[in-house]
Design a protein around this ligand. Structure first.
Ligand SMILES: [Zn+2]
Length: 494
């Protein structure tokens, strides 16, 4: 059998429609952050050989027999809307490298599923439409998607199989890429898949209630399948509620060899979700109460830090990572031996580097660039440690990625040490803490700007975990989002 010709690439971003100050332009995709910058053509092989991206898993599993055609790959992480310029640039780089019609047996794309631009509610479907225009209507397309994908009917019809992350924290990105490689091999050269079913749940699920470390999400996500007889793939996507588009929210999508199988497999999982509807609930703590509880617990029996998750200032959901709500509360209550990260403040990091370690830094910290009204915190601060921000991640969510967060500083205010960066990164990995000489396991109180990913590496060390409702643009309660584009009839909570 001649080798299959397979094109591959990726374009992903998670768009928070309610954080306009975090909108991302082309520069964002061209800079190295906690992931590589835009890669084109052969750069994909070296650029994605390490790390923990789905494309890395795809490349490891696709096998030596495939003739690979690298396209382009860019990952924005999370923020506001992607600018139309950035969308056109990255899409253009990907489309320009597609072989001519008739030369391909299959395509693999690493997408997210919750990107939005000012022009497109569903830019990923738009990208797929253009790919189909370029390569012809019959080439099978397999995608990997984030667990937070918001899937549209157009999107489902444009692809032939999908692998959605089955974990939140997302610790299975590599594995999903490997599964996608096997699906691509199954479908290559066989034309389009005939059965497609997509059903949206009639409610949204807040991010903090989506963790697969607990029920009901653990059981639901485990029902996702790939390459199971007539079922090509069955995916549960929990949805990204902060993206104000018509098809926002949880859904089940099935691709199968025939429509009856797709419908049956889809409805079986939808029924399971509907039965679990009442159990998607998680308590959020008011800020002051969370801090006083943490201080009490930290003095009591047990070991490891009390972890306060600053869920609403999670940059991984498009927040600024610059709010000071919990920090101010720790200082007001005279907390000791507390560590907070990762606070985004390029100006404070630059000022600390200008002064040097051991200096006293006046001025203020955090609090700016938010859609919400959040004050900066007044100094002075002690510059305890400096770092150049270059390290390789070591955690389970996205380990092995060469990272550049720009100048970093460890600033001390009373009993609190703050890890400050010049580039935003969610606190899901211990490496940025170790980079500044901080062992997070030894803190009494550990404040992490993260909703759920932190659990993968900080969960086991935690004495107790509290999800805290402090100021931030990743508002936890969908009842408070000013939706304008969401389809009618969706309940904003389970
Ligand atoms: Zn996600």
């Amino acid at each position: 059998m001649p080798p299959h010709h397979i094109a591959f690439g990726g374009f992903s971003h998670e768009s928070n429609s309610f954080a306009p100050s975090q909108d991302v332009g082309l520069d964002h995709f061209l800079a190295r952050r906690d992931r590589p910058p835009l890669l084109v053509g052969d750069e994909l092989f070296d650029g994605l050989a390490q790390g923990s991206f789905p494309t890395t898993g795809f490349l490891r599993a696709i096998g030596p027999d495939a003739r690979l055609h690298p396209l382009a790959w860019a990952s924005g992480g999370a923020g506001g809307l992607v600018s139309d310029e950035a969308f056109e640039h990255v899409s253009g780089a990907l489309l320009a490298r597609l072989p001519a019609p008739g030369e391909l047996d299959a395509i693999y794309l690493e997408l997210h599923g919750a990107m939005a631009t000012p022009r497109f509610d569903d830019p990923e479907a738009e990208l797929l439409r253009r790919v189909r225009q370029a390569v012809g209507a019959t080439v099978p397309i397999v995608v990997t998607l984030d667990y937070h994908a918001n899937l549209s009917p157009d999107f489902a019809r444009l692809i032939d199989g999908a692998v959605v992350y089955r974990t939140y924290p997302h610790v299975d990105r590599l594995a999903c890429g490997e599964i996608a490689a096997r699906l691509v091999q199954r479908l290559a050269g066989r034309g389009r898949v005939r059965g497609v079913a997509l059903v949206h749940l009639p409610f949204l699920i807040p991010l903090q209630a989506q963790s697969t470390l607990t029920e009901p999400s653990r059981d639901i996500a485990a029902q996702s399948l790939a390459d199971a007889g007539d079922i090509v793939s069955r995916c549960y996507a929990a949805g990204f509620p902060l993206c104000d588009t018509p098809w926002c929210g949880p859904s089940v999508m099935v691709h199968a060899t025939n429509q009856a199988t797709a419908d049956a497999a889809c409805h079986a999982l939808v029924d399971r979700l509907m039965a679990a509807r009442a159990s998607f609930a998680v308590r959020l703590w008011p800020c002051e109460e969370a801090v006083s509880h943490a201080m009490r617990r930290a003095r009591g029996p047990g070991s490891g830090p009390v972890v306060l998750a600053d869920v609403q200032d999670n940059p991984g959901a498009g927040a600024s990572s610059a709010t000071t709500g919990i920090l101010a509360s720790l200082l007001r209550q005279d907390a000791t031996d507390a560590v907070l990260g990762i606070l985004w403040d390029p100006a404070a990091a630059a000022a600390a580097h200008a002064l040097g370690e051991g200096a006293r830094l006046t001025g203020s910290l955090g609090g700016h660039a938010d859609a919400i009204d959040q004050p900066a915190l007044a100094g002075p601060f002690e510059v305890e440690r400096l770092g150049n921000g270059r390290f390789t991640t070591t955690g389970q969510v996205a380990g092995g990625n060469p990272t550049d967060l720009g100048p970093m500083a460890l600033l001390r205010l009373g009993g609190v040490r703050v890890v400050v960066s010049s580039v935003r990164m969610q606190a899901f990995d211990p490496a940025p803490f170790h980079h500044l000489g901080v062992d997070p396991a030894r803190a009494a109180i550990l404040v992490l700007k993260s909703t759920c990913h932190f659990r993968a590496d900080f969960g086991a060390m935690a004495r107790e975990i509290l999800l805290v409702e402090a100021p931030g643009d990743a508002v936890a309660d969908p009842m408070r989002y000013p939706y304008q584009r969401l389809r009618a009839g969706v309940a904003l909570r389970p």
